[in-house]
Every structure is written in C-alpha cells, then in structure tokens.
Design a protein around this ligand. Sequence first.
Ligand SMILES: Cc1ncc(COP(=O)(O)O)c(C=O)c1O
Length: 411
Amino acid sequence: MPGPGMELIGEEEKRELLEVLESGYLFRYGSPDNPAFKAKVYTLEQEVAKLAGVKYAVAVNSGTSALQAALGGLGVGPGDEVIVPGYTFIASMSSVVYSRAIPILAEVDRTLNLDPADVRRKITPRTKAILAVHMLGNPARLDELKAIADEHGLLLIEDCAQAFGASYKGRSVGSIGHAGMYSFNIFKTITAGDGGMVVTDDETAYRRFFGFHDQGHSPNRTGVEVGQRPFFGVDFRMTELTAAVLLAQLRKLDTLLSRLRINKKRFKGTIADISGLEFREITDPEGECATLLTVFLPNEAVARKVARDLGTKVVADSGWHVYNNMEQILEKRTITPEGCPYTCPYYKGGEVKYWKGMLPQTDALLARAINIGIGVSDPGLGSAFGVTIRDSFDTIDAKAAEFRRVALRYL
Ligand SMILES: Cc1ncc(COP(=O)(O)O)c(C=O)c1O
C-alpha cells in the first residue's frame, strides 16, 4: 500500500462518496437551493483552511496544480528565479518552469530540506521566491527561511505535498509562508487518489489562486462572469467525488498521525543505540508526520551494502526525487524547442546550467541515507523497506530487528 491514508480507506469514504453519487450532482458549484448539491469541495476548503489556521483554501485536482496556482497567483513569472531544493519531486521545479520562471537548485542539509546557508548564496537580484519543500513529512527550517525571505523581500512558498498534517512550532505547515500547498495523491498522508489544495491568509492571493484554477472567475461563482475576469485561468477544479473521499479521510487525520508517530518512535527506539548510525535532523519532533524514518550510515559504501541487504536503495539511487535523476531539468527539456523560459528575453541571468553533481553536499548526504517507510511505501522515495500503518507492534519490532541485524554486519 502506498500511503497511510490509502490504507485506511473504508466505510466512511464509501458513505461520503455514495451521498454524492446518489444525489447525482458531481460539480463543485451549485445552488444552495438545490438539495442534490452537497457542497463537498466548498466544505473541504473550509475544513482544510481551519486545520491549517489560515483564512483561505482553494481545492484543485493535484498537488502540481496547487503549486502552479500558488506561483502564478503570487505573480512569479518571466525573468524571475525561484530557489528550490535539489531533493524534491520534479513538480517543485516543473511548476516554476511552467510559470515561465527559472528554478535555481540549492543544497539540502541534514534535515534533507533546504539549507538556509546555501539559499543565501543562491540569491540574486532576480530571485522572486524561495520554495521550501517539506520532504518526507518533515518541516524545513522555516524560521531561518522566513527570515531570509523577509530580509530580501522574497516570497516564501511552502510545498507541503509530503507533509499534510505536519506542524512547525505549533503552526501548521502551509500557514507560515505567503502560500502553502498540499497533495492528496496515493502516497500522501490522506488521499483520494489525486487532488491538491493551496492555502493562504491573503485575500488578494486567494482571489488570484481561485481565478487561476477556474478560467479567471471569482470564488464560488454562481454563473459565468462575462467581462469580469481579470486574467486567463485554466481548469484545475476538484470534483465533488474527490472532495467527498477527502472529507472522510480528513476526519481520520488525528488517529492516523498519532499512530504513525507511535510506530516511528517504536522503530527508532529499537535501533537508536546502534553505534555509527545517525538520524535525519527533525526540525520539530512534535510536529512531524512520521511517515518515514531516515537513517545516515557512516559512509556511502556501508550504506549501499545495508540498503542492498534490506532489499532497498540508498536515497541517492532511489529515483525521481533526486535532481541527479531528473533528466527534464538537467537537460532543460522544455516542451517546445524554443526553450522558454531559459531563452526568455525577460530573463537577464545569462545561460542557466544544471549538471549531475552540482550539489555536492546534497549528493554526499543522500548517498549514505536510507529511507525506512513508517507509513509510506514508495520505491520512488527509496522506502521499499519498512512498515505500514496497519502493522502490529510485533511486525514493527521484527522489521526493526531485521534492520539491526543487517546494519550490525557492517558497523
Ligand atoms: C514534494 C512534492 N511536491 C509536489 C508534488 C506534486 O503533487 P501531485 O502528485 O499531487 O501533483 C509531490 C507529489 O509527489 C511532491 O512529493
């Protein structure tokens, strides 16, 4: 099973979904006078905004769409640079490219999230935004990143695709930057197969996100606003079916997070005394999603042997979350041959180059890191070895013992 939410799909989701199907009305807009209209998308937006502690949320059809709406809505565009970590999902970069801006890759540190020191080094007069990605359920160093953004007048956008439900020093991720976004694909904390959400406290930004996601229209329209649409939008709308499933999933979030946290603590506690083994730095242990446990072995050779014996891979080899494995960005594979935005005349930064090995600190960390799944089993994250949210303590103990046995062969 890919993610914890998916494991918990059950009667509650069926009930919500059937309510919509039986009503026969599947579109997000409807009249309050129409009893068939259940307003699931609207309700989900209200509930997610409340959970995040922000005023506004716009539901969309994927996390990638949410990123696109956030960037476009906040005015990121031609000539701009956006600083993104080299360890993330490609959507954090492709959404910048489709905003016609330039992704600038930065190092991650022992949190496996953006390294604030490298972010500072990457700032130029063209920098418009910092995209802080909260990888593997854990918040980035938001205090430091926010301070840098404020100091330089930059936007801070939070990619919380992998961290729905996480908090940082008591505040939900997504509520700290100018905008935040979540993904509800199958690997995420809660899921409807696909889906996304963008959140903000800023009304102007909200209206722009909303318009972007629905052909320029204003929030919760009741008709077509001819003459009133301020810009071109697209159609990233969520259907009532998706929202129905997500509402049921949302009600399971607390149980889900507490189970993940207990399971992770148990797994970690069992292997914590292994000498030579280190753990990824967690910025806020109280607030993490606990979907994965990342360990650092002393060096790459040992890490590769341990990973091999466990039937998994070191994070550096895990696949598509590592910039070295992203041919789209390394070779700037734009969809049309003109090469926009890299050739855009608005861009004054000269030739942009990406290459394998351009982030040596990130490479060195990922080469000796192994991701153990606690609730997420995603070969693309390298978490083929691990446990699921439904596993008993006995299974968790057995898996932890297996890890210990294998690690001690080489440590
Ligand atoms: C860090 C990150 N950002 C963005 C996305 C995009 O989300 P989606 O798959 O819902 O489009 C993902 C999805 O895997 C992700 O992990």
